[in-house]
Every structure is written in structure tokens, then in C-alpha cells.
Design a protein around this ligand. Structure first.
Ligand code: ZN
Ligand code: ZN
Length: 128
């Protein structure tokens, strides 16, 4: 495994916020100033192919990368851009019950306003 790939994997696996390739690149640059954005893209793609990380595709958004391989869904906060994990087991069971189909893999992403942003709204509402 190359030094670059190791570094990129470390950045994705230590990140809690599902970074985009650009976010990974920004962090990688501070550890390895000579690294190119193309190298980051290439290594991220290789790691997705090898099943080390997951790619999350959200329509209208740049791809994000995820260290968590177990099935789960994603909520994108339209206010702060945060991507939050949520469990899909209950959802799967519900859909299976409704449709009778068996779900093999599940790729859910939804747009939300996250609890933090909602709390901010409440706060603003109470002072004005
Ligand atoms: Zn938010
Ligand atoms: Zn995730």
C-alpha cells in the first residue's frame, strides 16, 4: 500500500462527517504537501472498488466517502451540509412487510434540517 493511500484511508476513517474528495485533499495536503487532487480521487476510487470505504451519491452534491460499511442511510442537512447516518433496519423491515420483496441492499439518502439547525431556529424564534 502506498504512503498516499494509507494517508487517505486514515483521513476517511478518522473523519466523522463523510468527507468529499476535496475535503480529503485539503487534509492530505497538510500532511503531504506534494499530493495531487488526482491522486486523492484515484485512491478513493480504488478503496471503494476494494470495499474498504463506501461512496455515497447524493443527487446534486459531490460524492462523499464513508468509513462505515454496514448498511445505513444518510441524511443531508440542507442548512449546514452535514451528512448524518441513520439505521435502515426498521425501514427495511417495513418496506419488506408492505411489498413482500426482500431487500438485498439499501441506498437511502434524504434531505433534512438537522437537530442542530432546528435548535438554532428555535433559539432565533425565541429572541425575536
Ligand atoms: Zn444542519
Ligand atoms: Zn455513513
Amino acid at each position: 500500500m502506498t504512503k498516499q493511500r494509507l494517508l487517505i484511508y486514515k483521513i476517511v476513517s478518522e473523519s466523522c462527517c463523510h468527507p468529499t474528495a476535496e475535503m480529503v485533499y485539503e487534509q492530505a495536503k497538510s500532511a503531504l504537501p506534494s499530493i495531487a487532487l488526482g491522486t486523492v480521487y484515484r485512491n478513493l476510487n480504488l478503496m471503494v472498488e476494494d470495499g474498504e470505504i463506501r461512496r455515497i451519491c447524493i443527487p446534486g452534491e459531490p460524492d462523499r466517502f464513508d468509513k462505515t460499511l454496514a448498511p445505513h442511510g444518510h441524511m443531508l442537512c440542507v442548512r449546514c451540509g452535514k451528512v448524518i447516518d441513520f439505521p435502515v433496519d426498521a425501514l427495511d423491515r417495513n418496506i419488506e412487510e408492505c411489498t413482500g420483496a426482500q431487500i438485498l441492499s439499501c441506498n437511502v439518502s434524504m434531505q433534512v434540517i438537522c437537530v442542530d439547525c432546528l435548535a438554532n431556529d428555535d433559539f432565533k424564534g425565541s429572541v425575536s
